[in-house]
Design a protein around this ligand. Structure first.
Ligand code: PRP
Ligand code: URA
Length: 209
């Protein structure tokens, strides 16, 4: 599938294994989500445009390159996407952060929207949607719909663990959205959880049940 990127870097794979382990504490879980997000951010930002500048080194002139100032927005899906924000902001501290609040109805598994606050100039920014889990794909598709309704034009979706079904649905409904993930799992259980996955990402991040 074009537009789908699965990271196989050993550091990312190692940290994903620790993340999946049910004995990993909430503190370690939060740290791992942040670290993996930062490592993924390195590739997700690979196409940021550069511009040439001239600077003086202590020895002479250099024509060299800096980021051109193309604007980025990180948009976590509440709650669990919040855990990915600080890792990415370490790489791009000038990025703006929007928030989309969605929860999955436990019976229908359909996403319910309860909050949306985006940067005013979202249409001019490259938008990176953050959510550790892409399960049925309902939340991701809804978040992208909300962003498009707000005139966002350039959208990427970054998750940690994706189900095959979630990738197929997001790709089918929004083929223009590139999908980045660190692992692809084959199945969902009857409650819509990714198997083997890592459990409920929001609960594990925030120590709720
Ligand atoms: C989780 C997860 C995604 C969604 C994925 O959030 O963080 O947003 O489920 O499932 P889907 O692909 O089937 O839509 P949840 O609804 O549990 O809310 P929370 O982050 O507030 O715990
Ligand atoms: N949301 C989660 O947090 N985990 C899953 O496995 C599926 C949806």
């Amino acid at each position: 599938m074009n537009n789908v990127f699965v990271f196989d870097h050993p550091l990312i794979q190692h940290k994903i294994s620790l993340l999946r382990d049910k004995n990993t504490s909430a503190k370690e879980f939060r740290e791992l989500v942040s670290e993996i997000s930062m490592l993924m951010g390195y590739e997700v930002t690979r196409d940021i445009p550069l511009k040439e500048v001239e600077i003086e080194t202590p020895i002479g002139h250099a024509r060299t390159k800096v980021i051109s100032g193309k604007k980025l927005a990180f948009v976590p899906i509440l709650r669990a996407g919040l855990g990915m924000v600080d890792g990415l902001l370490k790489l791009v501290p000038m990025a703006r952060v929007g928030h989309i609040g969605l929860y999955r109805d436990h019976d229908t598994l359909e996403p319910v929207e309860y909050y949306c606050k985006l940067p005013e100039d979202i249409s001019e920014r490259d938008v990176v949607v953050l959510d550790p889990m892409l399960a049925t794909g309902g939340s991701a598709c809804d978040a992208v719909k909300v962003l498009k309704r707000n005139n966002a034009k350039s959208i990427k979706f970054v998750c940690l663990i994706a189900s095959r079904q979630g990738i197929e649905r997001l790709h089918r409904e929004h083929p223009d959205v590139a999908i980045y993930c660190a692992a692809v799992d084959e199945t969902l259980n009857d409650d819509g959880y990714i198997v083997p996955g890592l459990g409920d990402a929001g609960d594990r991040l925030f120590g709720t049940k």
